[in-house]
Design a protein around this ligand. Structure first.
Ligand code: 5AD
Length: 351
């Protein structure tokens, strides 16, 4: 039987492993194994993107949501939350603020609603005409193909829609009946057809997830080949049905980031805010595990606390636009550099 390191070496080189081998890779995240996996993943990331880490300015445009995800504080059933939606002007101003910091990539993220389609199209058009060199990413949940098309035509470049879990039965345990695994998959397919750079992703340590499901994540991503993958630990939120579930492990999250980096060498993988919120060194540890994107928050301050998808979400220091200097210093200290360009996936680079 092959050793842990032999299986990992083979996977890093050939992106091949059986289901049981994947489960074996994932089962234990002890420091020695984790270090080894992170080292291999880092090499793969450096081969493709060097020591650069792309910076995106994140604008949390609204916390209104029709969704019912059992893990998320923005779920429509949560009454204990102050709902807000930025005005068009506020969104454009936030992006201009990011632009002045030097950022050429912004992400407009928000809960899922169906009454903002025209507003979003107008904002995207505005940003693109004022700042044509900025890449615009949207992350606004499941929408009709026509809406995705409207936003794409307005100028949106990328779309983040985590698949949340690749296992259908698991999806059904994390979401109410009205939310469908198949619909989410259809949305991801529609986004790809429309020419978006699409981001999938999942949480590590979500309730009812075991090594079986995590192994399936790798297999699913090898099939889907998404240009972007967001991976963060599950963190309980006090006003959700999963309030008392235990949080996801930082180490297993880092291990999964490393395995996804090996599976998708050219992918754009953020060192997520959930990781930074779970560990004081989370941001840099994510980069050292093969992540190559960070998304500091550039939402106006008065709204930040209300975007409470989980408890203890960080929106200061390296997780904030105003902390860009600190972000640069922390990346510099590990031999990396913040890159403020559009940060396209290698296959989408404009020539
Ligand atoms: N813990 C960690 N991540 C969460 N998300 C939502 N709720 C939580 C939570 N409690 C993630 C989901 C979603 C993204 C915006 O944030 O994966 O897609």
């Amino acid at each position: 039987m092959s050793s842990y390191r032999e299986i990992l070496d083979w996977f890093a080189l050939h992106r091949e492993a059986s289901h049981s081998e994947l489960e074996r890779l994932i089962a234990t995240a002890d420091p020695e194994r984790l270090d080894y996996a992170m080292g291999l993943a880092r090499e793969v990331a450096v081969q493709n993107y060097g020591h650069g880490v792309f910076v995106r300015g994140l604008v949390e445009v609204s916390n209104r949501c029709v969704g019912g995800c059992y893990y998320c504080g923005l779920r429509t059933e949560n009454r204990n939350i102050n709902r807000y939606a930025l005005s068009e002007e506020e969104i454009v101003e936030a992006c201009k603020g990011g632009y002045e910091l030097g950022l050429r990539s912004v992400v407009l993220q928000g809960g899922e609603v169906y009454d903002m389609s025209q507003k979003v199209a107008s904002v995207v058009g505005n940003i693109k005409s004022l700042m044509p060199d900025v890449a615009v990413t949207l992350s606004l949940g499941e929408q009709d193909a026509e809406v995705y098309e409207l936003w794409r035509k307005a100028g949106a470049d990328r779309y983040l829609l985590r698949h949340e879990t690749a296992t259908k039965g698991h999806y059904a345990r994390l979401h109410p009946e009205r939310m469908r695994y198949d619909n989410r998959q259809r949305c991801l397919a529609n986004l790809k057809t429309l020419g978006y750079q699409v981001g999938a992703g999942f949480m590590v340590g979500s309730p009812f997830q075991g090594t079986e499901e995590l192994a399936h994540e790798i297999e699913y991503l090898l099939g889907l080949q998404p240009p972007m993958v967001g991976i963060g630990p599950y963190i309980p939120q006090c006003d959700t049905p999963f309030a008392n579930q235990k949080r996801g492990s930082v180490e297993r999250t880092l291990l999964m980031v490393s395995l996804v980096r090996m599976a998708l060498p050219k992918a754009l993988i953020p060192s997520t805010t959930a990781l930074a919120s779970s560990d004081a060194q989370g941001m840099t540890r994510g980069v050292l595990a093969g992540a190559n994107v960070v998304m500091p928050n550039i939402t106006p301050h008065k709204y930040r606390a209300d975007y409470a998808i989980y408890d203890g979400k960080k929106s200061s220091g390296t997780e904030a636009g105003e902390g860009l200097r600190q972000l640069q210093a922390e990346l510099g200290a590990i031999g990396y550099e913040a890159v403020l360009t559009r940060g396209d996936h290698l296959d989408f680079m404009k020539r």
